[in-house]
Design a protein around this ligand. Structure first.
Ligand code: ZN
Length: 344
């Protein structure tokens, strides 16, 4: 089948590739409709690796997908051919210790699309387990369905924070994950969210999505602004979504006493931070790695209108322009947030 294949670092091609797959009893075959380009896809394209995951053989990119069921295994219960769906891209070993604890995202054997050596979904069809395939509500488009995966990251972060109604949150970074985390925090009960970035266009877009106050860290001091807005107390929750070392170090500084910092962004190198500064606030520190059991909730929030991701989908490319889409994603206009690829 024709797929968007990362041959090696900096070399991406639309070409035929043979992928050995058979439809199991509990599997569905899905014709892919829309795929979002994620920061991790771009990172593999530019650098060939993320942490311990190294691209050693040609690999199909893409893990944020929605499509249509075209075939079902004989034991598939709910899904039927013609159903519009989105897919959770990480398949754990169902019998692993982590999976049995309900934390299947932490299963060391998880097979995650476009994480070497597992092929991704930028291809005409995929075979996927029915339990990781979710029906799109009628009012959720394929493009929105392909946003469920990054939204799930933000929702998982909001859950790890144990938000309480009325909390004030700060989100560091107004990229797709930061902005979706801000929406998840509001849906989770936050009264307002401060969001930081250096790109005015991204901040301006975020500010249109709800009670979200943009802070351009090139011009403004987030610590002072958040303190001024909270009578000197600080943010109840800080979500770090930049992966930048400086922002990660700042997260504790913005917190209120007893607050929670959630680290979402993945710094490229170890980051040091001031443990005493965290101790004197008894800061709770949480980390997230992808998500578990979040897709149905994300779809429910989209269907009810509580979360609207449509303004974040800024750029669309045809599959035949897939390489151009990635080159664009490497050098995006500041007004772009999420680039998606539509299959023919
Ligand atoms: Zn992603």
């Amino acid at each position: 089948m024709q797929a968007l294949v990362l041959e090696k670092v900096r070399s991406l091609r639309l070409r035929d590739i043979a992928i050995a797959e058979t439809l199991g009893l509990h599997d569905v075959r899905v014709r892919i409709h829309t795929v979002g380009i994620c920061g991790s896809d771009v990172h593999y394209y530019q650098h060939g690796s993320i942490g311990p995951f190294v691209v050693r053989e040609p690999m199909v990119l893409g893990h944020e997908a929605a499509g249509i069921v075209v075939e079902t295994g004989s034991a598939v219960g709910i899904l039927r051919p013609g159903d519009r769906v989105c897919m959770e891209p990480g398949i754990p070993d169902p019998n692993s210790h982590a999976t049995r604890l309900g934390r299947y995202n932490l299963d060391p054997a998880v097979r995650f699309w476009a994480t070497p050596p597992v092929h991704g979904c930028l291809r005409p069809t995929v075979i996927h387990p029915d339990t990781f395939t979710f029906k799109l509500p009628d009012n959720v488009s394929f493009a929105e369905g392909a946003m469920v995966e990054p939204l799930a990251v933000g929702m998982h972060a909001a859950s790890k924070a144990c938000l309480r109604p009325g909390d004030v949150a700060a989100v560091l970074g107004a990229g797709p994950i930061g902005t979706l985390t801000a929406l998840a925090a509001l849906a989770g009960g936050c009264s307002r969210v401060f969001i930081t970035d250096v790109q005015p266009a991204k901040l301006a877009l975020a500010a249109t999505l709800g009670p979200i106050t943009p802070i351009n860290v090139r011009e403004e001091n987030p610590r002072e602004l958040i303190r001024a807005a909270t009578d000197g107390w600080g943010a109840d929750v800080v979500f770090e979504a930049t992966g930048a070392a400086a922002a990660a170090a700042q997260a504790i500084d913005l917190l209120c006493p007893g607050g929670c910092a959630v680290f979402i962004g993945m710094p490229g190198a170890p980051v040091s931070f001031d443990i005493v500064a965290a101790q004197v606030k008894e800061a709770r520190i949480e980390t997230v790695f992808r998500y578990a059991h979040v897709f149905p909730r994300a779809l429910a929030l989209m269907a009810s209108g509580r979360i609207n991701v449509r303004p974040l989908i800024t750029d669309r490319f045809a599959f035949t322009e897939g390489v151009a889409a990635f080159d664009y994603a490497c050098q995006m206009n500041p007004t772009s947030v999420k680039v998606q690829i539509e299959m023919p």
